[in-house]
Write a protein that binds this ligand. Structure first.
Ligand SMILES: [Zn+2]
Length: 89
């Protein structure tokens, strides 16, 4: 069983500083289930904080959530370590 990786781009227009805040989240799931991962990402980013002014976005703000598959090639580039894999001796 292999994990599915997703790259979620979370963006919203910040009413405090008038900039678009973009946050990229890498998520792993044991099934290829973008809907479930999208829900998890929404929970993970709550409360939503602007990447520019670090203020918390108001409730009910419209958030764009772009879900992309994250390929093993891309994964290799970000040096993400998913737990130590130590073989039992
Ligand atoms: Zn802001």
């Amino acid at each position: 069983m292999s994990d599915s990786w997703f790259k979620a781009d979370v963006s919203f227009f910040c009413p405090n500083c008038q900039k678009v805040s973009v946050e990229q989240i890498i998520a792993a799931a044991d099934k290829h289930n973008p809907d479930a991962v999208a829900r998890a990402v929404r929970e993970a980013i709550s409360p939503l904080t602007c990447q520019w002014c670090k203020k918390v976005a108001p409730e009910g703000i419209k958030v764009q959530l772009g879900m992309n598959d994250f390929t093993p090639e891309e994964l290799a580039k970000v040096k993400f370590i998913k737990g130590p894999s130590i073989k039992p001796s």
